[in-house]
Design a protein around this ligand. Structure first.
Ligand SMILES: Nc1nc2c(ncn2[C@@H]2O[C@H](COP(=O)(O)OP(=O)(O)OP(=O)(O)O)[C@@H](O)[C@H]2O)c(=O)[nH]1
Ligand SMILES: [Zn+2]
Length: 362
């Protein structure tokens, strides 16, 4: 019998640590101390520099491209931390907010050669903690003892890397009747992942026949559009139109996935909006922050549908990636049902960028 947390549970702890500014230790062939750039304090930076060695700031290749930092490691770059580095210096590399005011941030000395799996795992961990994808990494011989003395979370590198790649199983927790404006026969289902992450929801309208393709919407959370009526996107009108169509047809399933901001979280989405105020489009803004255009995992939606007994859908979407993902996850897409609503003068350019750069269908 063991009460010790497994790797999934340790990762959940590590995410909370990084969000609080507490370092974590990654233990592989060597051992490395990892801190998130976003939550770095001057005291912790001073403590890190006092340990000696050669700390680096790991950033994604996307962020490196904007900074004109040399990328020797494919999807990431390792910028050597100057001995007199300050938290402001670290922030200015991690966060593109002042890029236009301070365009000449380099030149940077970038590490080359040697293992990069710790840096890759550190960046994935920061992303999954919904922080900016930038992490300080210091190789620390004897790091396991150091971590024990300092009560730091220690993760096995290989186990952490593979757990970060694995999608967590979603458990149905509860469902209950929810009469709604569009249909009195509504039911809200809650699904909870095993990894301590966000819960996702399914809104079932009527009693759809499990043997037939069900009218389905795969909706990603958009606090600004769904709740505040933001005109910057088309999410609110899409949400309401999808529910209305399900109400009219008498049956349907709306999956509400808590992948705000195409999977980067609301805080980073607002950072992207701030860059859009500076003139960048929705895709450029994500890239400047160090993210891909779309960090969502739509397989979650397929998992929920299967768990509810569905195997075929009529999918309400303009996004071909959602159709492909459904098919690849074993859900038959009998029909793509277009969902063009909510265009206005504030989101015309946004919708055009999605059509041009992200392959959305008009
Ligand atoms: N990062 C980022 N996310 C955004 C921006 N505008 C909207 N979003 C998010 O984009 C997502 C929109 O998701 P969906 O409604 O599934 O839309 P979609 O991928 O365009 O596909 P369909 O609507 O099905 O055609 C939501 O999570 C929003 O929060 C933006 O400028 N930047
Ligand atoms: Zn939106």
């Amino acid at each position: 019998m063991s009460f010790a947390p497994d790797i999934t549970e340790q990762l959940a702890r590590a995410r909370a640590d990084l969000r609080m500014g507490v370092p974590v230790m990654l233990h592989g062939e060597s051992t490395a101390l990892v801190m998130a750039a976003e939550t770095l304090t001057s005291q912790r930076l001073a403590d890190l520099l006092a340990l000696g060695g050669e700390p680096v700031l790991a950033i994604t290749a996307r962020r490196a491209e904007t900074l004109k930092a040399r990328v020797y490691d494919g999807d990431l770059a390792r910028i050597a931390l100057p001995k007199d580095a300050t938290p402001a210096w670290v922030q200015s590399i991690a966060n593109p907010a002042d890029d236009l005011r301070a365009p000449m941030k380099g030149p940077f000395a970038c590490a080359r050669g040697g293992a990069t799996d710790v840096h890759r795992a550190a960046l994935q961990l920061a992303k999954s903690a919904r922080l900016l994808p930038a992490a300080l990494v210091l190789d620390l011989p004897g790091g396991v003892d150091f971590a024990a003395q300092n009560h730091l979370t220690t993760l096995d590198l290989n186990a952490a890397a593979s757990a970060l790649e694995t999608r967590s199983h979603l458990h149905p927790v509860v469902n209950a009747r929810l009469p709604m404006e569009v249909s009195e026969a509504g039911r809200l289902h809650i699904f909870r992942p095993e990894d301590g992450g966000e819960e996702h929801y399914a809104i079932e309208i009527g009693s759809p026949d499990r043997a037939k393709p069900v009218l389905t919407r795969l909706h990603s959370a958009c606090f600004t559009g769904d709740l505040l009526g933001s005109l910057k996107c088309d999410c609110g009108p899409q949400l309401r139109a999808a529910l209305a169509q399900m109400g009219e047809e008498g049956h349907g399933v709306l999956l509400y996935l808590n992948q705000e901001g195409r999977g980067i979280g609301l805080t980073n989405k607002m950072r992207a909006y701030s860059l859009q105020d500076q003139g960048f489009d929705t895709v450029e803004a994500n890239h400047r922050l160090g993210f891909e255009d779309d960090e969502r995992d739509f397989r979650l939606g397929a998992d929920i549908l299967k768990s509810m007994g569905f195997s075929a859908v009529r999918l309400l979407t303009n996004n071909p990636r959602k159709v492909e993902m459904m098919k690849a996850s074993g859900i038959d897409v009998a029909e793509r049902v277009p969902l063009r609503v909510g265009e206005n003068r504030h989101n015309t350019a946004y919708l055009a960028t999605k059509a041009k750069k992200s392959g959305h269908l008009l």
